[in-house]
Design a protein around this ligand. Structure first.
Ligand SMILES: CC(C)[C@H](C(=O)O)[C@@H](O)C(=O)O
Ligand code: SF4
Length: 473
C-alpha cells in the first residue's frame, strides 16, 4: 500500500518530469497552455530570436479578452476596435498564432471570450491536468481538480518552447467549508469571507484544496468563482476534487474525450480525490451556515465585511501597519470608519469578469432585474464572459431582462474588470463589481470598487445603493 496522497500530490507527481533538488526546481510537464494578447507577445519574440518552434501547438490555445472592446457590434456584425494599442496587440496575437500553428478564438468569433471562461466551456480544462497561462486567475481551472496557476511572460516562453515549466513544489492547505449557504448567499461570498478572515497573504506558499459539504453542493460555475480568487488569498492555486458534478459538466463538451476515451478518462479522474488519511501542511475553515452576502470596502480583496456590518475602525486593527493600510484605503475610497456599508450610494455596476460572468451568474442577476429598473443615474454594464455565454443568455431572454431594466448588454471580454480597454469607472465614482480586484485604480484612475456577488451587484443597480440582496429575493 502506498501512503495516502492529496489531490495536489497526485497531479504533481503524475507531471513531474524531474523532481526538485536543493539546487534546482522540479521540471513539470504542462498539459494545457492558454494564452492571451497581453502576456504572450514578448514570449513569441523570444522564440523567433532563438529560432524555436512551439513544442505542442495542439496543447496550446489562444483567445483575445483583455484589451478587446465590448461595445455592441456594428451593422456589419463587427466589433469595432478603435484603440491603436489594442489593434496592435490583437494583430500581433493573430500573426503569432498563424505562424506557430496555435488555434485562436479571434475577436467576434463564436467561441471567443475570457481565457478562464472558454477553457472550461470548450472542455479543454479537465480533471488531473496541469494548466498554465500568463495570467494570475488561471487558478479558476482548479475547480476541475486540475493544478492550474499563472506564470510570467518569460515562463510563457519556456512552456511554448518545451511544454515544461520549472517549479518549486508548493505546500498544501486544506480549506474546509462546512454547512449550507442561506438563500441570497453565494460562492462569491464564501471566497470573499475566506479572504477577509485569513487575509490576502494567508495562502502564501500553499495550494488550497477546498472541501466540505458547502463545496460539494456547488455547481461547477460556483466552484470556479471560488478557485478564481484563490490567488487573491495569496495561494499559488486552488483545487476542488472532481466528482459527479465535474464529470457531468465536462461530458459532451467540444474537446472533452468521447466514448471509450471518456470512460477511460473517468476511471483516471475518479482516482484523483485526496485519499483518506492524507495530510496537509496547513488548514483553514469557514462555516457556511452563518455566512451573509459579503462586500469589500477597501483596496484589497481582503478588506471585506458582511453586508449588514460596519466598516472597521482603526481601533479594530491588530497592529500599526494594518491601521495605516486601513486609513489609506478609506481615504482613497472616501468611506468612513465605523459606518454601516448598507445604503452607501453607488454610480456604476459591473456584472462580469472571469469570477462571475458565466451563465449561472447572469441568471442570478436577471432574477433580480426581472420587472425592476436600474436606479436613476447608475450605469450598469452586464458583460458575458464568452460569446457562448452571450448566446445562451440571449436564448434564455436574459438580455431582454437586462435591457428592459436599463442595463447595457455588451460583447464578451474582461471589460471593466481592469482598465485595459474602454470600459472604465470614472475617477471618484463607486462601482459595485463582481470582479476579483479592488486595487487602487483597478477599474480606471481614481475608481472605487466594491467587490460583491452578482446578486448583491444587481440589488445595488436597482436601488442605487449598497443593498442586501436577501431583502429583494
Ligand atoms: C493582464 C494580466 C497579466 C492580469 C493577470 O495576470 O491577472 C489580469 O488578467 C488581471 O486580472 O490583473
Ligand atoms: S476578467 Fe479580469 S481577472 Fe479575469 S483575466 Fe480578465 S482582467 Fe484578469
Amino acid at each position: 500500500m502506498t501512503s495516502p496522497k492529496t489531490l495536489f500530490e497526485k497531479v504533481w507527481e503524475a507531471h513531474q518530469v524531474r523532481p526538485e533538488t536543493d539546487a534546482t526546481p522540479a521540471v513539470l510537464y504542462i498539459d494545457l497552455h492558454l494564452i492571451h494578447e497581453v502576456t504572450s507577445p514578448q514570449a513569441f519574440t523570444e522564440l523567433r530570436q532563438r529560432g524555436l518552434k512551439v513544442r505542442r501547438p495542439d496543447h496550446t490555445m489562444a483567445t483575445m479578452d483583455h484589451s478587446t472592446p465590448t461595445t455592441p457590434r456594428n451593422s456589419d456584425g463587427i466589433i469595432p476596435v478603435l484603440d491603436p494599442q489594442a489593434i496592435a496587440q490583437l494583430d500581433q496575437l493573430r500573426t503569432n498564432c498563424a505562424e506557430f500553428g496555435i488555434p485562436l478564438f479571434d475577436l467576434g468569433t463564436e467561441n471567443q471570450g475570457i481565457v478562464h471562461v472558454i477553457g472550461p466551456e470548450q472542455g479543454v480544462t479537465q480533471p488531473g491536468m496541469t494548466i498554465v497561462c500568463g495570467d494570475s486567475h488561471t487558478s479558476t481551472h482548479g475547480a476541475f481538480g486540475a493544478l492550474a496557476f499563472g506564470i510570467g511572460t518569460s515562463e510563457v516562453g519556456h512552456v511554448l518552447a518545451t511544454q515544461c515549466l520549472l517549479q518549486r513544489k508548493p505546500k498544501t492547505c486544506a480549506v474546509r467549508v462546512d454547512g449550507r449557504l442561506q438563500a441570497g448567499v453565494t460562492s462569491k461570498d464564501i471566497i470573499l469571507a475566506l479572504i477577509a478572515k485569513y487575509g490576502v497573504g494567508g495562502g502564501t506558499g500553499y495550494v488550497f484544496e477546498y472541501m466540505g459539504e458547502a463545496i460539494r453542493a456547488l455547481s461547477m460555475e460556483e466552484r470556479m468563482t471560488i478557485c478564481n480568487m484563490s490567488i487573491e488569498g495569496g495561494a499559488r492555486a486552488g483545487m476542488i476534487a472532481p466528482d459527479e458534478t465535474t464529470f457531468q459538466y465536462v461530458a459532451g463538451r467540444r474537446f472533452a474525450p468521447k466514448g471509450a476515451d471518456f470512460e477511460a478518462a473517468l476511471a483516471r479522474w475518479r482516482a484523483l480525490p485526496t485519499d483518506e488519511g492524507a495530510s496537509f501542511d496547513h488548514e483553514m475553515s469557514l462555516d457556511a451556515n452563518s455566512l451573509e452576502p459579503m462586500i469589500t470596502y477597501g483596496t484589497t480583496p481582503g478588506m471585506g465585511i458582511p453586508i449588514t456590518g460596519a466598516i472597521p475602525r482603526l481601533s479594530d486593527m491588530p497592529d500599526a501597519s494594518s491601521r495605516v493600510a486601513l486609513e489609506k484605503a478609506l481615504d482613497y475610497m472616501g468611506l468612513e470608519a465605523g459606518k454601516p456599508i448598507l445604503g452607501q450610494p453607488i454610480d456604476v455596476v459591473f456584472i462580469g469578469s472571469c469570477t462571475n460572468s458565466r451563465i449561472n451568474d447572469l441568471r442570478q442577476a436577471a432574477e433580480l432585474f426581472k420587472g425592476r429598473s436600474v436606479a436613476e443615474g447608475v450605469r450598469v454594464m452586464v458583460v458575458p464572459g464568452s460569446q457562448q455565454v452571450k448566446k445562451q443568455a440571449e436564448a434564455e431572454g436574459l438580455d431582454a431582462i437586462f435591457k428592459a431594466a436599463g442595463a447595457e448588454w455588451r460583447e464578451a471580454g474582461c471589460s471593466a474588470c481592469l482598465a485595459m480597454n474602454d470600459d472604465k469607472v470614472p475617477p471618484g465614482k463607486y462601482a459595485v463589481s463582481t470582479s476579483n480586484r479592488n486595487f487602487v485604480g483597478r477599474q480606471g484612475p481614481g475608481s472605487r470598487s466594491l467587490l460583491a456577488s452578482p446578486l448583491t451587484a444587481a440589488a445595488a443597480a436597482i436601488t442605487g445603493r449598497v443593498t442586501d440582496p436577501r431583502t429583494m429575493l
